[in-house]
Design a protein around this ligand. Sequence first.
Ligand code: SAH
Ligand code: SF4
Length: 358
Amino acid sequence: MSKKINLLGYSFESLKSFFSELGEPDYRAKQLLSWIHQKGVIDFDNMTDFNKDLRKKLNSVSIIKPPEIYKEYISDEGTKKYLIKLDSGSIIEMVIIPEKNRRTLCVSSQAGCALQCTFCATGAQGFDQDLSSDEIIGQMWLANFNNNKPITNVVFMGMGEPLLNYDAVIESAKIMKHQNSYGLSRKRITISTSGIVPKINKLSRDIDVSLAISLHAPDDKLRDEIVPINKKYPIKQLIKACKDYLSHFESKKNITMEYIMIDGVNDSINHARKLAVLLSNVSCKINLIPFNSFNGSDYRRSKESTMKSFKKYLIEKGFITTLRVTRGDGVDAACGQLVGELSNTIKGKNLIKHRSIQ
Ligand code: SAH
Ligand code: SF4
């Protein structure tokens, strides 16, 4: 028997084609989206507006299956971090950050990452696999239906490079936006990328969401070193891609430029000066992120006073600049760190590589 398909990761468009092949009308797609993503129902037999025949048909060819929560950690401020086990046995992370008026979910798009940024715990683990769209939206489903308060914002800032798993990321973002599922507006979904230039161009045509660029350095020499994908897509190409991206939208849009603050590496006033020149013609805001240390990294977080002067300089140059408040230090806020810790604790085995968790 062929493997049943998992409808959890199907967008409205994909569900329409699916139902059309079963000889069913388009409105079934809306009904199913609503059952799964608004009501949290994943058993076809509980979908009361589907007749018996249809339920039988659905059960014979498909399932709705979220991934499994393997472990949960809660920090003092309420940040929740989950390790999630995929069908393959690989482990990924998701984080829920509660704030006054919102609950932000940080999702993973890949298990591990091939890009090896020098400051990143996920990069240090290497690449394991792309997530399917059901494994990505499955994180959103678990976050909404395992916790009573709904998620209001999603950031693709967990493990992996979203634009290197493009189709699954777009499919899941479409489900996040659709009126019959989570209904999040474009402002509430942020895709963060280390700068996969051809995919930035494509993104503007495929979906309207918010874009964040992990810039982290103001010149090629330094960026080649700490964000190695820069050797393939250097800063000039990246900035051009950002401008093209922005010009594609009629409404006013900003790109968020992320800049991690690493002591003695990229945090001098000279770096701030170069950054201000580089971004002078790009409609953007700058988010400074204090480096989070992890086992095996020699970097340290910039000093508080250095981060404040860096921020002050950029504000004086006219940039909207924020310094991220570090949250959930107790549960290791930077994604990739818990999986790293876990694999260190299981002697001789790397979970990502050996997929050995039972
Ligand atoms: N691959 C994508 C999305 C995942 S990483 C990207 O690089 O944009 C998302 C963010 O996590 C990066 O911008 C980086 O700022 C942050 N990050 C990675 N390692 C970190 C660390 N050790 N401390 C603080 N932030 C980190
Ligand atoms: Fe990959 Fe992003 Fe980490 Fe770089 S920062 S290694 S692109 S997950």
